[in-house]
Design a binder for this molecule. Sequence first.
Ligand code: G16
Length: 542
Amino acid sequence: MTRTVAISPFPDQKPGTSGLRKKVPLFQTPGYTEAFIQSIFDSLEGMEGESLVIGGDGRFYNRDVIQIAIRMAAANGFGRVVIGKGGILSTPAASHLIRKRQAFGGLILSASHNPGGPTEDFGIKYNISNGGPAPEKITDAIYARSRTIDRYLIAEFDDVDLDKIGDFEADGMAIEVVDPVAEYAELMETLFDFDAIRAHVAGGFRVAFDAMHAVTGPYAREILVRRLGVDPALVINAFPLEDFGGHHPDPNLVHAKQLYDQMMGPDAPDFGAASDGDGDRNLVIGRGIFVTPSDSLAILAANAHLAPGYKAGLKGIARSMPTSGAADRVAAKLGVEMHETPTGWKFFGNLLDAGRCTICGEESAGAGSDHVREKDGLWAILLWLNILAVRRQSVREIVHGHWAEYGRTYYSRHDYEALDTESANQLMAALDGKLSLLPGRKVGSLTIEKADNFAYQDPIDGSVSRNQGIRIFFEGGSRLVFRLSGTGTSGATLRIYMERYQPDPTRHDEETQSVLAPLILAARDLAEIGKWTGRDAPTVIT
Ligand code: G16
Protein backbone atom coordinates (compact mmCIF):
# COMPACT_ATOMS: atom_id res chain seq x y z
CA MET A 1 0.00 0.00 0.00
CA THR A 2 1.31 3.48 -0.86
CA ARG A 3 0.97 6.46 1.43
CA THR A 4 1.19 10.09 0.34
CA VAL A 5 2.73 12.21 3.10
CA ALA A 6 2.38 15.99 3.04
CA ILE A 7 5.58 17.97 3.73
CA SER A 8 6.97 21.48 3.51
CA PRO A 9 10.08 22.06 1.41
CA PHE A 10 13.51 22.31 3.04
CA PRO A 11 15.48 25.29 1.71
CA ASP A 12 18.96 23.76 1.89
CA GLN A 13 18.88 20.71 -0.37
CA LYS A 14 21.21 22.00 -3.06
CA PRO A 15 23.50 19.19 -4.25
CA GLY A 16 27.21 20.11 -4.06
CA THR A 17 30.22 18.75 -5.94
CA SER A 18 28.94 15.25 -5.28
CA GLY A 19 25.32 15.06 -4.11
CA LEU A 20 23.75 16.35 -0.91
CA ARG A 21 26.06 16.15 2.10
CA LYS A 22 24.84 17.22 5.53
CA LYS A 23 25.08 16.24 9.18
CA VAL A 24 23.22 13.07 10.24
CA PRO A 25 20.81 14.90 12.63
CA LEU A 26 19.59 16.98 9.70
CA PHE A 27 18.92 13.88 7.61
CA GLN A 28 17.06 12.53 10.67
CA THR A 29 14.74 15.56 10.74
CA PRO A 30 11.27 14.16 9.98
CA GLY A 31 10.67 14.28 6.22
CA TYR A 32 14.16 15.62 5.33
CA THR A 33 15.60 12.47 3.75
CA GLU A 34 12.26 11.64 2.14
CA ALA A 35 11.94 15.14 0.66
CA PHE A 36 15.32 14.86 -1.04
CA ILE A 37 14.74 11.35 -2.39
CA GLN A 38 11.31 12.38 -3.66
CA SER A 39 12.85 15.46 -5.29
CA ILE A 40 15.21 13.11 -7.13
CA PHE A 41 12.40 10.82 -8.26
CA ASP A 42 10.23 13.78 -9.30
CA SER A 43 13.08 15.04 -11.50
CA LEU A 44 13.28 11.77 -13.45
CA GLU A 45 11.09 10.52 -16.25
CA GLY A 46 10.34 6.97 -17.31
CA MET A 47 11.36 4.98 -14.24
CA GLU A 48 8.13 2.96 -14.21
CA GLY A 49 9.04 -0.74 -13.95
CA GLU A 50 12.78 -0.01 -14.19
CA SER A 51 15.65 -1.05 -11.86
CA LEU A 52 17.33 1.12 -9.24
CA VAL A 53 20.64 0.22 -7.59
CA ILE A 54 20.92 1.24 -3.93
CA GLY A 55 24.05 1.05 -1.80
CA GLY A 56 26.15 3.01 0.60
CA ASP A 57 29.50 3.15 2.31
CA GLY A 58 28.16 1.63 5.54
CA ARG A 59 28.38 4.79 7.62
CA PHE A 60 25.99 5.56 10.48
CA TYR A 61 22.37 5.92 9.25
CA ASN A 62 23.09 3.96 6.03
CA ARG A 63 20.72 1.10 6.85
CA ASP A 64 17.86 3.40 7.87
CA VAL A 65 18.06 5.42 4.65
CA ILE A 66 18.28 2.25 2.56
CA GLN A 67 14.97 1.03 4.05
CA ILE A 68 13.37 4.42 3.32
CA ALA A 69 14.75 4.41 -0.24
CA ILE A 70 13.46 0.90 -0.93
CA ARG A 71 9.92 1.82 0.20
CA MET A 72 9.97 5.07 -1.76
CA ALA A 73 11.27 3.30 -4.89
CA ALA A 74 8.32 0.90 -4.67
CA ALA A 75 5.85 3.75 -4.19
CA ASN A 76 7.30 5.67 -7.12
CA GLY A 77 6.91 2.80 -9.56
CA PHE A 78 10.35 1.18 -9.82
CA GLY A 79 10.06 -2.49 -10.80
CA ARG A 80 13.23 -3.71 -9.08
CA VAL A 81 15.84 -2.57 -6.60
CA VAL A 82 19.33 -4.08 -6.49
CA ILE A 83 21.00 -3.64 -3.11
CA GLY A 84 24.44 -4.53 -1.80
CA LYS A 85 24.40 -7.01 1.11
CA GLY A 86 24.35 -5.18 4.41
CA GLY A 87 23.46 -2.04 2.47
CA ILE A 88 27.09 -1.84 1.33
CA LEU A 89 28.38 -0.95 -2.12
CA SER A 90 31.52 0.98 -2.86
CA THR A 91 30.80 3.91 -5.18
CA PRO A 92 32.65 2.33 -8.14
CA ALA A 93 30.97 -1.03 -7.49
CA ALA A 94 27.58 0.73 -7.53
CA SER A 95 28.52 2.39 -10.82
CA HIS A 96 29.45 -1.01 -12.25
CA LEU A 97 26.18 -2.61 -11.07
CA ILE A 98 24.11 0.18 -12.65
CA ARG A 99 25.86 -0.41 -15.97
CA LYS A 100 25.87 -4.20 -15.81
CA ARG A 101 22.19 -4.49 -14.90
CA GLN A 102 21.24 -1.71 -17.30
CA ALA A 103 19.52 -0.07 -14.37
CA PHE A 104 17.69 3.21 -14.73
CA GLY A 105 19.98 4.74 -12.11
CA GLY A 106 21.22 4.41 -8.57
CA LEU A 107 21.15 6.00 -5.15
CA ILE A 108 24.57 6.12 -3.53
CA LEU A 109 24.56 6.89 0.17
CA SER A 110 27.88 8.34 1.19
CA ALA A 111 29.66 11.39 2.45
CA SER A 112 32.86 9.98 1.00
CA HIS A 113 35.94 10.91 3.01
CA ASN A 114 34.00 12.94 5.60
CA PRO A 115 33.71 11.49 9.12
CA GLY A 116 30.72 9.30 10.09
CA GLY A 117 28.67 8.78 13.25
CA PRO A 118 25.50 10.08 14.93
CA THR A 119 26.61 13.72 14.76
CA GLU A 120 28.85 13.47 11.72
CA ASP A 121 28.22 13.44 7.97
CA PHE A 122 25.85 11.64 5.63
CA GLY A 123 25.13 12.05 1.95
CA ILE A 124 22.82 11.03 -0.88
CA LYS A 125 23.78 11.13 -4.53
CA TYR A 126 21.87 10.09 -7.64
CA ASN A 127 23.68 8.36 -10.51
CA ILE A 128 22.22 8.04 -13.99
CA SER A 129 22.00 5.01 -16.29
CA ASN A 130 25.59 5.33 -17.55
CA GLY A 131 26.65 4.66 -13.93
CA GLY A 132 27.95 8.17 -13.35
CA PRO A 133 26.89 11.05 -11.11
CA ALA A 134 23.91 13.00 -12.41
CA PRO A 135 25.01 15.95 -14.54
CA GLU A 136 24.27 19.53 -13.47
CA LYS A 137 21.12 19.65 -15.57
CA ILE A 138 19.62 16.96 -13.30
CA THR A 139 21.09 18.18 -10.00
CA ASP A 140 19.71 21.65 -10.79
CA ALA A 141 16.29 20.12 -11.45
CA ILE A 142 16.48 18.17 -8.16
CA TYR A 143 17.27 21.36 -6.25
CA ALA A 144 14.49 23.29 -8.00
CA ARG A 145 12.02 20.51 -7.15
CA SER A 146 13.18 20.46 -3.50
CA ARG A 147 12.20 24.12 -3.21
CA THR A 148 8.54 23.43 -3.99
CA ILE A 149 7.96 19.83 -2.97
CA ASP A 150 4.79 19.30 -0.92
CA ARG A 151 4.51 15.52 -0.57
CA TYR A 152 6.38 12.25 -0.78
CA LEU A 153 5.23 8.76 -1.68
CA ILE A 154 6.16 5.77 0.44
CA ALA A 155 5.05 2.14 0.42
CA GLU A 156 4.19 0.37 3.66
CA PHE A 157 5.98 -2.91 4.22
CA ASP A 158 8.34 -4.48 6.74
CA ASP A 159 12.06 -3.77 6.68
CA VAL A 160 13.90 -5.78 4.05
CA ASP A 161 16.52 -8.18 5.45
CA LEU A 162 19.64 -6.57 3.99
CA ASP A 163 21.91 -9.32 5.24
CA LYS A 164 20.47 -12.15 3.17
CA ILE A 165 21.63 -12.48 -0.43
CA GLY A 166 18.76 -13.47 -2.74
CA ASP A 167 15.60 -12.39 -4.52
CA PHE A 168 12.63 -11.07 -2.64
CA GLU A 169 9.50 -9.12 -3.41
CA ALA A 170 7.50 -6.43 -1.65
CA ASP A 171 4.46 -4.51 -2.81
CA GLY A 172 4.90 -5.81 -6.37
CA MET A 173 8.56 -4.68 -6.58
CA ALA A 174 11.41 -7.17 -6.99
CA ILE A 175 14.19 -6.82 -4.40
CA GLU A 176 17.57 -8.33 -5.12
CA VAL A 177 20.25 -8.39 -2.45
CA VAL A 178 23.65 -9.04 -4.03
CA ASP A 179 27.20 -9.73 -2.92
CA PRO A 180 28.76 -6.25 -3.09
CA VAL A 181 32.21 -7.54 -3.97
CA ALA A 182 31.84 -10.46 -6.42
CA GLU A 183 30.85 -8.67 -9.63
CA TYR A 184 33.32 -5.85 -9.03
CA ALA A 185 36.17 -8.31 -8.45
CA GLU A 186 35.28 -10.09 -11.72
CA LEU A 187 35.46 -6.78 -13.57
CA MET A 188 38.93 -6.11 -12.13
CA GLU A 189 40.09 -9.55 -13.34
CA THR A 190 39.15 -8.56 -16.89
CA LEU A 191 41.27 -5.39 -16.75
CA PHE A 192 44.42 -6.50 -14.98
CA ASP A 193 46.91 -9.34 -15.16
CA PHE A 194 46.17 -10.97 -11.82
CA ASP A 195 48.65 -13.80 -12.54
CA ALA A 196 51.50 -11.32 -13.00
CA ILE A 197 50.60 -9.41 -9.83
CA ARG A 198 50.21 -12.64 -7.87
CA ALA A 199 53.62 -13.85 -9.06
CA HIS A 200 55.24 -10.54 -8.12
CA VAL A 201 53.69 -10.66 -4.64
CA ALA A 202 54.69 -14.32 -4.22
CA GLY A 203 58.23 -13.31 -5.16
CA GLY A 204 58.44 -11.05 -2.11
CA PHE A 205 56.93 -7.74 -3.29
CA ARG A 206 55.25 -6.41 -0.13
CA VAL A 207 51.96 -4.53 -0.43
CA ALA A 208 50.36 -2.59 2.45
CA PHE A 209 46.78 -1.32 2.32
CA ASP A 210 44.80 0.85 4.74
CA ALA A 211 41.03 0.44 4.30
CA MET A 212 40.45 3.12 6.96
CA HIS A 213 37.56 1.09 8.48
CA ALA A 214 35.61 2.06 5.40
CA VAL A 215 33.89 0.33 2.52
CA THR A 216 36.96 -1.10 0.76
CA GLY A 217 37.78 -3.49 3.63
CA PRO A 218 35.74 -6.39 2.15
CA TYR A 219 36.99 -5.57 -1.37
CA ALA A 220 40.62 -5.55 -0.24
CA ARG A 221 40.24 -8.81 1.68
CA GLU A 222 38.77 -10.53 -1.38
CA ILE A 223 40.92 -9.00 -4.12
CA LEU A 224 44.26 -8.16 -2.51
CA VAL A 225 44.46 -10.92 0.07
CA ARG A 226 42.45 -13.84 -1.31
CA ARG A 227 43.01 -13.41 -5.05
CA LEU A 228 46.46 -11.79 -5.12
CA GLY A 229 48.11 -13.26 -2.05
CA VAL A 230 48.90 -10.02 -0.20
CA ASP A 231 49.91 -10.61 3.44
CA PRO A 232 46.71 -10.02 5.51
CA ALA A 233 48.83 -8.55 8.31
CA LEU A 234 49.62 -5.64 5.98
CA VAL A 235 45.95 -4.94 5.24
CA ILE A 236 44.92 -2.72 8.13
CA ASN A 237 41.59 -1.28 9.33
CA ALA A 238 39.94 -3.81 7.01
CA PHE A 239 36.55 -4.08 8.70
CA PRO A 240 34.03 -1.31 7.99
CA LEU A 241 32.75 0.59 11.03
CA GLU A 242 29.79 2.98 11.12
CA ASP A 243 32.01 5.73 12.48
CA PHE A 244 35.23 4.67 10.69
CA GLY A 245 36.75 4.09 14.12
CA GLY A 246 36.33 7.79 14.91
CA HIS A 247 38.65 8.86 12.07
CA HIS A 248 38.22 10.71 8.81
CA PRO A 249 38.25 8.03 6.10
CA ASP A 250 40.27 10.42 3.95
CA PRO A 251 43.32 8.86 2.30
CA ASN A 252 45.75 11.73 2.65
CA LEU A 253 48.98 12.22 4.53
CA VAL A 254 47.14 13.56 7.58
CA HIS A 255 44.47 10.91 8.01
CA ALA A 256 46.37 7.90 6.67
CA LYS A 257 49.33 8.76 8.86
CA GLN A 258 49.84 5.23 10.15
CA LEU A 259 50.38 4.00 6.58
CA TYR A 260 52.51 7.00 5.71
CA ASP A 261 54.78 6.48 8.72
CA GLN A 262 55.09 2.80 7.86
CA MET A 263 56.05 3.59 4.26
CA MET A 264 58.62 6.18 5.33
CA GLY A 265 60.06 4.02 8.12
CA PRO A 266 62.75 1.33 8.20
CA ASP A 267 61.76 -1.96 6.57
CA ALA A 268 58.87 -0.29 4.73
CA PRO A 269 56.81 -2.46 2.37
CA ASP A 270 57.36 -1.91 -1.37
CA PHE A 271 53.98 -0.36 -2.03
CA GLY A 272 51.44 1.31 0.24
CA ALA A 273 47.92 2.39 -0.63
CA ALA A 274 44.68 3.51 0.96
CA SER A 275 41.15 4.26 -0.11
CA ASP A 276 38.39 6.42 1.35
CA GLY A 277 34.94 6.07 2.93
CA ASP A 278 33.17 4.96 -0.24
CA GLY A 279 36.13 3.47 -2.11
CA ASP A 280 36.48 5.92 -4.97
CA ARG A 281 39.65 7.72 -3.86
CA ASN A 282 43.16 6.35 -3.67
CA LEU A 283 46.44 7.18 -2.02
CA VAL A 284 49.68 5.71 -3.36
CA ILE A 285 52.98 5.72 -1.48
CA GLY A 286 56.13 3.90 -2.48
CA ARG A 287 58.91 3.01 -0.06
CA GLY A 288 60.05 6.43 1.07
CA ILE A 289 58.15 8.33 -1.63
CA PHE A 290 54.64 9.81 -1.74
CA VAL A 291 53.10 10.01 -5.21
CA THR A 292 50.87 13.06 -5.68
CA PRO A 293 47.50 12.24 -7.26
CA SER A 294 48.40 14.48 -10.21
CA ASP A 295 51.65 12.58 -10.82
CA SER A 296 49.86 9.29 -10.26
CA LEU A 297 47.37 10.14 -13.02
CA ALA A 298 50.20 10.99 -15.41
CA ILE A 299 52.16 7.83 -14.58
CA LEU A 300 49.08 5.59 -14.85
CA ALA A 301 48.23 7.12 -18.22
CA ALA A 302 51.80 6.72 -19.52
CA ASN A 303 51.94 3.06 -18.46
CA ALA A 304 48.35 1.86 -18.79
CA HIS A 305 49.16 -0.12 -21.96
CA LEU A 306 51.05 -2.57 -19.73
CA ALA A 307 47.72 -3.81 -18.32
CA PRO A 308 45.58 -6.10 -20.50
CA GLY A 309 42.49 -3.87 -20.30
CA TYR A 310 44.36 -0.93 -21.84
CA LYS A 311 46.82 -2.60 -24.20
CA ALA A 312 45.12 -0.99 -27.19
CA GLY A 313 46.18 2.41 -25.86
CA LEU A 314 44.22 5.42 -24.67
CA LYS A 315 41.59 7.40 -26.56
CA GLY A 316 42.36 10.45 -24.49
CA ILE A 317 43.00 11.70 -20.97
CA ALA A 318 40.87 14.04 -18.86
CA ARG A 319 41.69 15.88 -15.67
CA SER A 320 39.91 18.39 -13.49
CA MET A 321 41.15 21.95 -13.87
CA PRO A 322 42.96 22.20 -10.48
CA THR A 323 44.84 18.94 -11.17
CA SER A 324 48.41 19.59 -12.32
CA GLY A 325 49.41 19.65 -15.97
CA ALA A 326 51.59 16.51 -15.62
CA ALA A 327 49.05 14.38 -17.50
CA ASP A 328 48.90 16.93 -20.33
CA ARG A 329 52.51 16.17 -21.18
CA VAL A 330 51.72 12.46 -21.38
CA ALA A 331 48.74 13.12 -23.67
CA ALA A 332 50.93 15.28 -25.90
CA LYS A 333 53.54 12.55 -26.18
CA LEU A 334 50.94 9.85 -26.85
CA GLY A 335 49.27 12.12 -29.38
CA VAL A 336 45.84 11.77 -27.76
CA GLU A 337 43.19 14.30 -26.72
CA MET A 338 43.53 16.06 -23.37
CA HIS A 339 40.47 17.49 -21.62
CA GLU A 340 40.33 19.94 -18.71
CA THR A 341 37.03 19.87 -16.82
CA PRO A 342 35.66 21.51 -13.65
CA THR A 343 36.09 19.72 -10.33
CA GLY A 344 33.61 16.85 -9.96
CA TRP A 345 33.56 13.42 -11.56
CA LYS A 346 30.21 14.17 -13.19
CA PHE A 347 32.01 16.26 -15.81
CA PHE A 348 33.89 13.22 -17.13
CA GLY A 349 30.73 11.21 -17.91
CA ASN A 350 29.97 12.69 -21.34
CA LEU A 351 33.60 12.44 -22.46
CA LEU A 352 33.79 8.79 -21.41
CA ASP A 353 30.44 7.95 -23.01
CA ALA A 354 31.52 9.59 -26.26
CA GLY A 355 34.84 7.69 -26.33
CA ARG A 356 36.82 10.91 -26.06
CA CYS A 357 38.95 9.72 -23.13
CA THR A 358 39.91 6.46 -21.44
CA ILE A 359 41.58 7.62 -18.22
CA CYS A 360 40.51 10.49 -15.97
CA GLY A 361 41.84 11.88 -12.74
CA GLU A 362 41.68 14.59 -10.14
CA GLU A 363 44.08 16.11 -7.66
CA SER A 364 41.65 15.10 -4.91
CA ALA A 365 43.00 11.53 -4.91
CA GLY A 366 40.74 10.31 -7.67
CA ALA A 367 41.54 8.31 -10.79
CA GLY A 368 39.47 6.03 -12.96
CA SER A 369 38.75 4.87 -16.47
CA ASP A 370 35.97 4.02 -18.87
CA HIS A 371 35.32 0.70 -17.04
CA VAL A 372 32.82 2.55 -14.81
CA ARG A 373 31.65 6.17 -14.53
CA GLU A 374 33.07 6.94 -11.08
CA LYS A 375 36.59 7.30 -9.86
CA ASP A 376 37.82 4.03 -8.48
CA GLY A 377 40.31 3.64 -5.63
CA LEU A 378 41.06 -0.07 -5.98
CA TRP A 379 41.24 0.20 -9.77
CA ALA A 380 44.04 2.77 -9.44
CA ILE A 381 45.85 0.59 -6.91
CA LEU A 382 45.52 -2.51 -9.12
CA LEU A 383 46.76 -0.61 -12.18
CA TRP A 384 49.80 0.51 -10.17
CA LEU A 385 50.38 -3.11 -9.06
CA ASN A 386 50.04 -4.34 -12.65
CA ILE A 387 52.57 -1.75 -13.84
CA LEU A 388 54.97 -2.61 -11.01
CA ALA A 389 54.61 -6.34 -11.73
CA VAL A 390 55.51 -5.80 -15.39
CA ARG A 391 58.28 -3.22 -14.97
CA ARG A 392 59.82 -4.87 -11.90
CA GLN A 393 61.07 -1.51 -10.67
CA SER A 394 60.41 0.28 -7.41
CA VAL A 395 57.82 3.06 -7.14
CA ARG A 396 60.71 5.50 -6.68
CA GLU A 397 62.40 4.36 -9.89
CA ILE A 398 59.16 4.63 -11.85
CA VAL A 399 58.36 8.11 -10.51
CA HIS A 400 61.87 9.46 -11.04
CA GLY A 401 62.02 7.89 -14.49
CA HIS A 402 58.75 9.62 -15.35
CA TRP A 403 60.06 13.00 -14.17
CA ALA A 404 63.28 12.52 -16.13
CA GLU A 405 61.26 11.89 -19.27
CA TYR A 406 58.50 14.50 -18.86
CA GLY A 407 59.81 16.96 -16.28
CA ARG A 408 58.49 17.28 -12.74
CA THR A 409 55.47 19.33 -11.77
CA TYR A 410 55.87 20.33 -8.13
CA TYR A 411 52.36 20.48 -6.72
CA SER A 412 50.59 21.13 -3.44
CA ARG A 413 47.14 22.04 -2.14
CA HIS A 414 46.57 24.22 0.92
CA ASP A 415 43.13 24.04 2.54
CA TYR A 416 41.66 26.59 4.91
CA GLU A 417 38.80 24.66 6.51
CA ALA A 418 35.73 25.72 8.48
CA LEU A 419 35.87 29.35 7.41
CA ASP A 420 32.98 31.70 7.88
CA THR A 421 31.01 31.21 4.65
CA GLU A 422 30.32 34.90 4.12
CA SER A 423 33.99 35.86 4.49
CA ALA A 424 35.09 33.08 2.17
CA ASN A 425 32.62 34.28 -0.47
CA GLN A 426 33.89 37.84 -0.03
CA LEU A 427 37.48 36.69 -0.49
CA MET A 428 36.59 34.97 -3.76
CA ALA A 429 34.51 37.92 -4.96
CA ALA A 430 37.31 40.38 -4.18
CA LEU A 431 39.83 38.25 -6.07
CA ASP A 432 37.44 37.80 -8.98
CA GLY A 433 36.89 41.55 -9.08
CA LYS A 434 40.53 42.33 -9.73
CA LEU A 435 41.35 39.63 -12.30
CA SER A 436 41.51 42.04 -15.23
CA LEU A 437 44.08 44.17 -13.38
CA LEU A 438 46.47 41.32 -12.67
CA PRO A 439 48.29 40.59 -15.96
CA GLY A 440 51.75 42.13 -15.89
CA ARG A 441 51.72 42.66 -12.12
CA LYS A 442 54.71 41.47 -10.09
CA VAL A 443 54.13 39.53 -6.86
CA GLY A 444 57.42 38.91 -5.08
CA SER A 445 59.69 37.20 -7.60
CA LEU A 446 56.79 36.21 -9.87
CA THR A 447 55.11 38.04 -12.75
CA ILE A 448 51.48 37.37 -13.58
CA GLU A 449 50.90 36.42 -17.19
CA LYS A 450 47.11 36.02 -17.22
CA ALA A 451 44.20 35.37 -14.85
CA ASP A 452 40.63 34.17 -15.29
CA ASN A 453 37.64 32.51 -13.69
CA PHE A 454 37.41 29.05 -15.23
CA ALA A 455 34.35 28.26 -17.37
CA TYR A 456 33.82 24.95 -19.13
CA GLN A 457 31.83 24.16 -22.20
CA ASP A 458 31.05 20.46 -22.45
CA PRO A 459 32.20 19.42 -25.95
CA ILE A 460 29.46 16.80 -26.18
CA ASP A 461 26.26 18.54 -25.09
CA GLY A 462 27.45 22.15 -25.26
CA SER A 463 26.37 22.95 -21.67
CA VAL A 464 28.40 25.68 -19.99
CA SER A 465 29.51 25.66 -16.31
CA ARG A 466 30.85 28.99 -15.09
CA ASN A 467 32.61 30.17 -11.96
CA GLN A 468 34.59 26.96 -11.51
CA GLY A 469 37.68 28.43 -9.86
CA ILE A 470 40.07 31.35 -10.26
CA ARG A 471 43.25 30.65 -12.17
CA ILE A 472 46.36 32.81 -12.04
CA PHE A 473 49.15 31.93 -14.46
CA PHE A 474 52.69 33.22 -14.00
CA GLU A 475 55.44 33.71 -16.49
CA GLY A 476 57.58 30.57 -16.63
CA GLY A 477 54.66 28.17 -16.31
CA SER A 478 53.64 28.30 -12.63
CA ARG A 479 49.97 28.43 -11.68
CA LEU A 480 47.75 29.23 -8.70
CA VAL A 481 44.10 28.16 -8.46
CA PHE A 482 41.57 29.27 -5.86
CA ARG A 483 38.19 27.68 -5.32
CA LEU A 484 35.72 26.91 -2.55
CA SER A 485 35.06 23.25 -1.79
CA GLY A 486 31.64 21.88 -2.71
CA THR A 487 31.71 18.88 -0.37
CA GLY A 488 32.08 20.29 3.14
CA THR A 489 29.35 20.36 5.76
CA SER A 490 30.59 23.08 8.14
CA GLY A 491 31.25 26.59 6.93
CA ALA A 492 33.40 27.01 3.84
CA THR A 493 36.72 25.49 2.81
CA LEU A 494 39.08 27.53 0.67
CA ARG A 495 41.33 25.41 -1.50
CA ILE A 496 44.49 26.85 -3.00
CA TYR A 497 46.28 24.72 -5.57
CA MET A 498 49.83 25.55 -6.61
CA GLU A 499 52.10 24.09 -9.21
CA ARG A 500 55.48 24.78 -10.73
CA TYR A 501 57.02 22.91 -13.63
CA GLN A 502 60.67 21.91 -13.50
CA PRO A 503 62.12 20.22 -16.60
CA ASP A 504 65.70 20.01 -15.25
CA PRO A 505 66.34 16.49 -13.81
CA THR A 506 69.09 17.78 -11.54
CA ARG A 507 66.39 19.75 -9.72
CA HIS A 508 63.87 16.93 -9.17
CA ASP A 509 64.84 16.16 -5.59
CA GLU A 510 63.89 19.40 -3.91
CA GLU A 511 61.39 19.86 -1.10
CA THR A 512 57.95 20.68 -2.52
CA GLN A 513 56.91 23.41 -0.08
CA SER A 514 60.24 25.22 -0.51
CA VAL A 515 59.99 25.04 -4.30
CA LEU A 516 56.47 26.44 -4.07
CA ALA A 517 57.28 29.11 -1.45
CA PRO A 518 57.04 32.06 -3.89
CA LEU A 519 53.59 30.83 -4.97
CA ILE A 520 52.46 30.34 -1.37
CA LEU A 521 53.40 33.93 -0.59
CA ALA A 522 51.77 35.19 -3.78
CA ALA A 523 48.54 33.38 -2.89
CA ARG A 524 48.40 35.02 0.54
CA ASP A 525 49.09 38.39 -0.94
CA LEU A 526 46.72 38.23 -3.93
CA ALA A 527 43.76 36.76 -2.03
CA GLU A 528 44.40 38.77 1.16
CA ILE A 529 43.85 35.58 3.11
CA GLY A 530 44.74 37.06 6.50
CA LYS A 531 42.37 39.98 6.03
CA TRP A 532 39.34 37.88 5.02
CA THR A 533 39.85 34.78 7.15
CA GLY A 534 41.92 35.92 10.12
CA ARG A 535 44.11 32.86 9.50
CA ASP A 536 47.84 32.87 8.98
CA ALA A 537 48.25 29.22 7.96
CA PRO A 538 46.25 26.50 6.20
CA THR A 539 44.55 23.71 8.16
CA VAL A 540 45.66 20.92 5.84
CA ILE A 541 48.54 20.76 3.39
CA THR A 542 48.59 17.94 0.90
C1 G16 B 1 34.06 14.65 -4.78
C2 G16 B 1 33.94 14.65 -6.26
C3 G16 B 1 35.28 14.89 -6.86
C4 G16 B 1 35.91 16.16 -6.32
C5 G16 B 1 35.95 16.08 -4.82
C6 G16 B 1 36.46 17.35 -4.14
O1 G16 B 1 34.83 13.57 -4.36
O2 G16 B 1 33.43 13.43 -6.73
O3 G16 B 1 35.12 14.94 -8.24
O4 G16 B 1 37.19 16.32 -6.81
O5 G16 B 1 34.65 15.84 -4.33
O6 G16 B 1 35.53 18.33 -4.26
P1 G16 B 1 35.65 19.69 -3.46
O7 G16 B 1 37.00 20.24 -3.79
O8 G16 B 1 34.51 20.48 -4.03
O9 G16 B 1 35.51 19.41 -2.00
P2 G16 B 1 34.33 12.61 -3.21
O10 G16 B 1 35.42 11.59 -3.08
O11 G16 B 1 34.17 13.50 -2.01
O12 G16 B 1 33.03 12.06 -3.69
